[in-house]
Write a protein that binds this ligand. Structure first.
Ligand code: KG4
Length: 333
């Protein structure tokens, strides 16, 4: 089954063609990062307009790159939630029009389910059940993936997402937007014990997380140095931050795996590109005798292929939509 899949929830427009949920024929991605960099973060109105400008072109390019015709497309899938509402609306509307014009089913896909499904592309042998930590710019959640469409959140951030913590910290360090990658790069040259940063524990659920206090601690250190003239060790702060975020995430995930008896652990989302997090998960899983699944870099960030992968399993579960499909800024997993 060949699915044309569309992603437009934030600042990447992507259109992919995915066969049977696992084989990516093409994934055309346009990143708007440069458009937003000057503002230090994503401007929703600009994001929506940019999606509108490029989405049809990307779809044409996808067909050409895969060497197929419109008649070969069996279904159209799109991210319908969660995300920036104006941005998601563009993708949903495009997908609805395409499905109507081609006379094929329309498949709505939850963005985080898509991130989790990026692992099905990277690891053809991976099947549920497994435990997945989904870490992106807008969401951070630990998910019990019992089936392809049967998922339960074990814990999630109570405030900022891990990616948001990296992005806001990077801004105060003058590292630009998006900030995760520059912090990651800078951290490689720093001492991760240089600054003491909090490891917040929240509420009664041991798997819930919090990153807003960590972000504030980084901002406070930077402001303190600015005000007192004390030199700021940016690399040391970046390394200390990566360590703190990683310890928060890896510790909870491994504890959940132990409690639930999981030996298959997946990581997904843009923040899964972080070197420290990847290294710490590799070491922790090796120690615990667990198999680790982390997508390659290009499948960590937003992309169209992951929506096509999850879309396939949503279709098999009978979860299609008609032309009344709407876009939503938030939606339970
Ligand atoms: O999954 P994604 O592309 O978009 C959402 O669905 O939100 O994730 C984007 C987030 C941004 O916050 C970005 O700074 C972060 O992923 N990110 C990283 C790295 N690369 C991207 N965070 C830490 N280290 C990285 N190497």
């Amino acid at each position: 089954m060949l699915i044309l899949s569309v992603e437009s929830s934030c600042d990447e427009t992507a259109v992919a063609l995915v066969k049977d949920g696992r084989c990516v024929l093409t994934d055309q991605i346009f990143s708007q990062a440069d458009l937003h960099a000057v503002y230090g973060g994503v401007v929703p109105e600009i994001a929506a307009r940019s999606h509108l400008e490029v989405i049809s072109l990307l779809a044409e390019r996808a067909l050409t790159a895969a060497g197929i015709t419109r008649a070969d497309v069996d279904a159209v899938a799109c991210t319908y939630a969660p995300g920036l509402i104006g941005a998601v609306l563009v993708g949903v509307n495009f997908a609805k029009s395409a499905a109507l014009a081609l006379g094929v089913p329309l498949i709505p896909v939850h963005h985080i389910r898509g991130h989790i499904a990026a692992n099905y592309i990277a690891y053809p042998e991976l099947e549920p059940p497994f435990l997945c930590l989904a870490i992106s710019g807008g969401n951070t959640m630990l998910v019990d993936v019992r089936g392809y469409t049967d998922m339960h959140i074990l814990g999630q951030t109570r405030d900022d997402a891990a990616g948001e913590c990296f992005d806001k910290s990077a801004r105060v360090l003058g590292l630009g937007y998006p900030g995760g990658k520059p912090i990651d790069d800078l951290a490689k040259r720093g001492d991760d014990t240089r600054y003491e940063l909090p490891r917040p524990y929240v509420g009664q659920n041991p798997y819930d997380m919090s990153f807003s206090g960590l972000k504030t601690a980084v901002i406070n250190i930077a402001h303190h140095c600015e005000q007192t003239g004390e030199p700021l060790d940016k690399a040391g702060l970046a390394a200390s931050l990566c360590r703190a975020v990683s310890e928060s995430l890896v510790g909870r995930t491994m504890a959940a795996a132990k409690e639930l008896g999981y030996t298959k652990i997946a990581v997904a989302g843009g923040v899964a590109a972080n070197s420290r997090i990847r290294a710490d998960f590799t070491a922790a899983c090796e120690k615990a005798g667990c198999a680790l699944y982390i997508p390659p870099m290009k499948l960590c960030g937003d992309n169209g292929a992951m929506i096509g992968a999850q879309g396939y399993y949503e279709y098999l579960a009978g979860r299609t939509a008609d032309s009344r499909l709407n876009a939503y800024a938030t939606m339970p997993l």
